[in-house]
Design a protein around this ligand. Structure first.
Ligand code: MG
Length: 254
């Protein structure tokens, strides 16, 4: 989506505030013993209480064989993204790291964001993986300015993850958002500065670095959605929807 009117911009900002509030509540709800289904229920209830619509529920991404069955994606430890919270009974355990990825539609504007949260006390390695991936998102956002290119975002994210000794999961990446859940351009989490489409004022993008602690190969589970690391190493994921403005990126989902 490209924002061209004050009304679109206001709706986008409201949408982002709603999504941020839901993610904060989910983060607070995460604890050992909590089921993934209860997190999904909480997300759906809060979104509907705002008068908004969950936009992953019933959505069929390109290449998927069936619509996504839940509001929230919950990806635990070696699950990279798109973990389904409400089909298999899953309970969070002390020491897990859990990715929470959520999209909603508010007045027709779609926003998308994700966080990775520690369940109780986690290992130093897991903490560092999360911190580095969050820092990679911040670096990508800092690189997103009018006149710069998609490759500047990609490169900034890659540098942050790889300098820490972690791997970029290359099969997945960021994307345009706003009118639909996934729009052009695709935003790889690796690449060269200066390459790719030029960023212009009004562009709405979802930046989402996805990292792995070990090798970065992925396996798609038989459920058709859950991506895991091939080597069983842990993965972290952070995402914001941003709006490209004259001075730089405005973070919409915080
Ligand atoms: Mg996304």
């Amino acid at each position: 989506m490209t924002v061209t009117t004050d009304e679109q911009r206001a709706n986008l900002i409201e949408a982002g505030q709603h999504l941020a509030a839901v993610l904060r509540a989910l983060e607070e709800a995460v604890a050992p013993g909590v089921t993934t289904e209860s997190l999904d229920d909480l997300a759906e209830k809060m979104i509907r209480d705002f008068g908004d619509e969950p936009c992953f529920l019933g959505y069929t991404p390109e290449g998927a064989g069936r619509p996504y069955p839940a509001t929230l994606c919950v990806s635990i430890n070696d699950e990279i993204v798109h973990g389904i919270p409400n089909e298999i009974h899953k309970v969070l355990s002390e020491g897990d790291i859990v990715g929470l990825d959520l999209g909603l539609s508010h007045k027709g504007v779609i926003v998308d964001a994700a966080i990775t949260v520690a369940v109780g006390k986690v290992s130093d390695d897991s903490r560092r993986l999360m911190d580095v991936t969050k820092a990679a998102l911040d670096a990508g956002i800092a690189a997103a300015k009018p006149g710069r290119h998609i490759g500047d975002i990609s490169h900034a994210i890659q540098l942050e993850i790889e300098k820490a000794g972690f791997k970029v999961v290359r099969e997945l990446g960021g994307h345009g958002v706003g009118d639909r859940v996934h729009e052009e351009p695709f935003i790889p989490n690796y690449g060269r500065a200066g390459e790719g489409e030029e960023l212009t004022e009004g562009m709405v993008l979802a930046l989402e670095p996805i990292s792995a602690a070990g090798k970065a190969g992925v396996i798609l589970a038989p459920d058709g959605y859950t991506y895991r690391t091939k080597d069983g190493s842990r993965s972290a994921h952070f995402e914001h929807t941003i709006l490209i403005e004259k001075e730089g990126a405005r973070i919409i989902t915080q």
